[in-house]
Design a protein around this ligand. Structure first.
Ligand code: SF4
Length: 317
């Protein structure tokens, strides 16, 4: 069952140099109990797409098209006040950097209790009990004592667990994990990803995993959408994607990860375009080694090449 459907999302920015489009026709779904990974290089629009769901966009951002269906309503039509009731309670964010996401002036308990008071309307002993339960659920040892700890007294992994506890305390149905392990060392990364997966399975939570790490995607995601320069260029069930990637950009990404032993690592020449660059046709064409006549003229439409496997490339038409 789909919890969230993002359909045809377009977004741009009003800059000094004029309006610049940053996302085109972004569509993906988040299903209960499944992880959908949004993959791509930095600046390709992954986080912008996720922040559109949360209604947390920069002031200069302007939605130009699309809908975000959630619970029979379009989230893009919600006021900020309406979104405040959903953020944290129904749709929670696990941010990239746990070091800067907690307030250093308040204890973990204070911050957790505040979330519970706002979204669960619990007070006193009941709220405290709920907070301790949430810390225990994310396997923080001596949860009751940890309520008194300040963020600087916790390791990076423990801080990330505390943030996940905030999402759990409100029983969020959707978790948006924005590069949740980037700031953590490798052993802790696996623990945090295992924890997110455990929560997803136990609570039937829909997870949006934003990452540039294909190894994480292979291990933890059921669906993959690859973004390039503001567009989704390929999407598929994860097993199908890793078995038979279609888009030249996806193939280049897969060939550039060290786990493809025995093969020399591929690099993708050039840089992703900035928002100021006008590129006609396929946005990947200046970097694509297969580019041919129509690629610089027309935008390739996304076509279903195999069941559930979509690709936007003229080679797959
Ligand atoms: Fe390459 Fe053309 Fe396909 Fe774009 S449409 S990925 S430029 S072959």
């Amino acid at each position: 069952m789909n919890i969230i459907d993002v359909k045809g999302l377009g977004l741009g920015f009003d800059l000094e140099c004029g309006f610049r489009q940053a996302l085109w026709d972004v569509s993906f779904s988040l299903e209960a109990g499944k992880t959908h990974a949004l993959v791509g290089e930095s600046g390709c629009g992954k986080t912008l797409s996720a922040m559109s769901i949360l209604g947390l966009l920069p002031k200069r951002a302007r939605i130009t098209s699309g809908v975000i269906n959630y619970g029979g309503a379009n989230l893009l039509e919600y006021s900020n006040r309406e979104m405040q009731k959903i953020r944290g309670k129904k749709i929670a964010l696990i941010p990239q950097d746990p070091m800067t996401s907690l307030d250093p002036l308040f204890t973990i308990g204070d911050q957790l209790l505040e979330v519970i008071k706002i979204h669960q309307a619990l007070r006193g002993v009941e709220a405290k009990k709920k907070a301790i339960e949430a810390l225990e659920a994310v396997q923080i040892p001596c949860a009751s004592a940890r309520m008194q700890s300040y963020p600087h007294e916790l390791s990076g992994g423990m801080k990330q667990r505390a943030i996940i506890a905030m999402a759990l305390a409100c029983n969020a149905e959707v978790l948006i994990a924005d590069e949740p392990t980037t700031a953590l060392d490798v052993t802790i990364q696996a623990q945090i990803m295992d924890l997110i997966t455990k929560i997803k399975n136990e609570r039937n939570t829909a997870v949006l995993l934003i990452t540039h790490d294909l190894a994480l995607v292979r291990e933890y995601a059921e669906y993959v959408s690859v973004m390039y320069a503001g567009r989704i260029v390929e999407s598929a069930p994860a097993k199908e994607f890793f078995k038979s990637p279609l888009h030249p950009y996806s193939k280049a990404l897969l060939n550039s990860i060290p786990e493809n032993r025995g093969k020399s690592l591929e690099t993708i020449a050039g840089q992703p375009p900035s928002i100021q660059q006008d590129i006609t046709g396929c946005r990947f064409h200046p970097r694509c080694k297969y580019a041919f006549e129509p690629c610089s003229q027309e935008v390739p439409a996304s076509c279903e090449v195999r069941s559930g496997h979509l690709c936007a490339c003229f080679l797959e038409k």
